[in-house]
Design a protein around this ligand. Sequence first.
Ligand code: GRG
Length: 335
Amino acid sequence: MKLTEAKKSSENGCNDVDISDRAPSVVLRSLHSAYITKYLSRKTTFEYVSSEYLRMSGIFWCVGAMDLMDKREWITRDELVTVVLGCQKQSGGISAAPGHDAHVLYTLSAVQIAVIFDFVELLDVDGIVAFLKERQNEDGSFGGDRYNEIDTRFTFCVLAALYLLNRLDTVNIPKAVEHVLKCQNIDGGFGTRPGSESHAGQIFCCLGTLAITGQLELVDPTKTAEWLAQRQCDSGGLNGRPDKLPDVCYSWWVMASLAILGKLDWINRENMKRYITACQDQESGGFADRPGDEPDPFHTLFGLAGLSLLECEDLEPVDAVFCMTKRVLGDKSLC
Ligand code: GRG
């Protein structure tokens, strides 16, 4: 039975959830590492098979979550090298899984995995860079793949991957920044494209892009941070836009954005921690979007990363731009 029910909060008009007194309040580290190990070892489950289309990112979420808990020996470097190299296409880009098309989303995830397990030198870096460079349009925007759907997520993916590969100079940075600024709205937020609704995930991508390119001073931090801080509901959880339910992944997208702006103290940390820890599954391990829902690797990474931003429970410090530990990034860490 679900521990929570969605309810309308009378106080701020935001959809919210109740947190049960029985919900966990400390980080269940060993359960989470068991959950991740089991998730990647049971390759015939419906959950695993049906998520093939995003596999490379799924592996990054698992690898990233384990790295935040300082677990290194749960998977071999060789296994990850085989997976990543098996997905590099003739275009140079990397796909979610063998037989799928290359996309910037999975190319960034593959580069992040290679950085965490220290095998960038085994990648065809020139091929990756050529694929990423080709995604830029005349107006500075980036498409995700050869079909050229435009989204500020893809701008972030390209620039983050190039930064991690030391090849940022390959694309037109002033044009990329100009395009990102056109995606800002009068409420201080950013959307997928010029004129699109502000959304916390896109704000993260746009601020991350500006941080990577050293152009953060082009935004008014107060206005954007106000919009972000208003995402906190009475339960302590954060939503991604007004009048939506809280979701543990926004503990990352919103808090990382506030951290990039130097305004992480604009959310109530205690309530935030209470919400994130309540999203843990105390039987199987892993985090869900909301307390009592089914856990998955996506919410597990972003739940742990959110707790790391809050400096909780012995988790490795996380970089707010790359969602990777500062330990693996070394002097590449930005925030
Ligand atoms: C991991 C560092 C790192 C980068 C990846 C792909 C990407 C870069 C960022 C994605 C940012 C983003 C758009 C996150 C939002 C994801 C999400 C839960 C979307 C759901 O949107 P809706 O409209 O949900 O279905 P809401 O919460 O608005 O109801």
